[in-house]
Design a protein around this ligand. Structure first.
Ligand code: FAD
Length: 421
């Protein structure tokens, strides 16, 4: 089948690869000059399928309200643009109900587990290198964080996810660089989760997709879609490209295309930040450096080792703009790095980045038919697109090929967003 794909972020690249691997003739259209130039560019790198959970969770609204005006607030509203997000926030609030959260968490967990297996298989068979390292330590600074983690821990037990709740001494054995001067009450260790460089993986998999015949057209912005039995898309330059199926993997900007065919989604761009800095080397060794991946639960900031660099990521801004960096959020990232790994990185050489998570209000992505003939969706992976990409791509490629999906897709379609749920 001839398949045209819009977007070459991590979701588009993995989808192109899987479609090509199943024998389809794939062309990818990407408006930027390379793969992984937007949300997939400098994301946190965290690969934590074990503890994946929707942001819409019981207790979250009151927790966010508590922090709202503090200097280290995890969520910020981006001025007037935030007003337009009120319907999205309403849907998010509704998805925080325990039963809805539970169903979404389970769907995410299944997709993430499948995705991890697929990524491991690709990594092994294609010998991919992307600064990967196992180990994920969730740092709980005080008794309150441990108390708040109980619901999540119960679910880890219920889902059979291997994990340990460890004391500070054990936590510091797992991550020997952790500073002793910062209060640490306990930590949750998931040895099978970890970190990897999303952009490097996308670049490597693009080359593999090309080897299978997939074509990538860069600087090619898709202006409109025309659904049908022979769907087509039109590029900004006017050129029309016909196919037998179109897959939209356009991330947070997808609605600009989908609205034109009456298939708009409740998709918000939730901006986040990352800071990446080279490690300081003393006597040839990383000084007090992180070994793998960590998360400070109080500040909701992740710290990851990527080769000889460290990346700190966090912040959630609804309705903001990509162009304006919020100084307070950046200060929180530097503070958390300094609390746990003081002096480990050359922060004066740090690169600061802001990207948009393509976020649906309830959590799971949308994989499947758009409702318009010939147009398929692989969208809305929110804060976990790197974790979910390989599995989502495989599921969609199997479905486009008319094969049975490898897992239950009941909560991964549009129906849940159109219903009351
Ligand atoms: C600060 C931050 C930290 C994160 N940390 C993690 C993490 O640790 N782990 C994790 O799993 N996830 C993380 N994420 C989320 C993850 O990065 C995203 O879910 C993922 O990158 C989304 O991939 P995507 O391919 O859907 O979107 P994108 O990477 O944004 O790709 C979409 C592509 O579509 C292209 N496009 C859009 N419209 C058009 C058009 N009309 N024509 C042609 N091309 C078009 C864009 O140029 C873009 O290249 C983080 C995100 C942020 C912002």
């Amino acid at each position: 089948m001839r398949v045209a794909l819009v977007g070459a972020g991590i979701v588009g690249v993995t989808t192109a690869y899987e479609l090509a691997a199943l024998g389809h003739e794939v062309t990818v259209f990407e408006r930027r000059g390379s793969v992984a130039e937007e949300a997939s560019f400098a994301n946190g790198g965290i690969l934590a399928p074990g503890s994946i959970a929707p942001w819409a969770a019981p207790g979250e609204p009151s927790r966010l309200l508590r922090q709202w005006l503090g200097p280290n607030a995890a969520l910020r509203l981006g001025g007037a643009g935030a007003l337009a997000q009120l319907p999205w926030l309403w849907r998010w609030w509704r998805a925080c109900r325990p039963a809805v959260h539970q169903a979404n968490r389970l769907a995410l967990h299944q997709l993430a587990g499948f995705s991890r297996d697929r990524m491991l298989e690709l990594t092994r068979t294609l010998r991919l290198e992307f600064e990967q390292m196992p180990g994920w330590l969730v740092l709980l600074r005080g008794a309150r964080e441990l108390h708040e983690a109980q619901g999540g821990l119960a679910l880890l037990r219920e889902l059979g996810v291997a994990h340990d709740v460890v004391d500070p001494v054990r936590a510091r054995q797992i991550e020997p660089g952790l500073a002793t001067g910062t209060e640490l009450h306990a930590a949750i260790h998931l040895a099978q989760d970890g970190v990897g460089n999303c952009r490097q993986f996308a670049q490597a998999l693009k080359a593999e997709a090309q080897r299978l015949g997939a074509r990538f057209q860069f600087d090619a912005e898709v202006r409109s879609l025309a659904p049908g039995t022979r769907p087509a898309l039109q590029l900004a330059g006017g050129e029309i490209h016909e196919a037998e199926a179109i897959v939209v993997c356009a991330g947070a900007q997808a609605n600009a295309l989908l609205a034109g065919i009456g298939c708009g989604l409740p998709l918000a761009a939730v901006h986040g930040y990352s800071v990446t800095a080279p490690l300081r080397h003393l006597d040839g060794h990383g000084h007090n450096a992180p070994r793998a991946a960590l998360r400070d639960e109080r500040f909701r900031v992740a710290i990851a080792r990527l080769g000889q660099r460290v990346r700190v990521s966090g912040g959630a801004e609804l309705g903001g703009s990509a162009a304006r960096m919020h100084p307070a959020t950046l200060r929180t990232l530097y503070k958390v790095l300094d609390d746990w790994f003081p002096g480990a990185a050359l922060v004066r050489e740090a690169q600061q980045w802001k990207g948009a998570r393509p976020m649906l209000p309830d959590g799971p992505p949308v994989l499947g038919e758009s409702g318009a003939p010939g147009v398929w969706l692989n969208l809305g992976h929110g804060a976990s697109g790197w974790v979910l990409a390989c599995g989502s791509a495989r599921v969609l490629a199997e479905r486009i090929s008319g094969r049975a999906a490898p897992l239950d897709c009941a909560r991964l379609g549009l129906a849940r967003l159109r219903g009351a749920g």
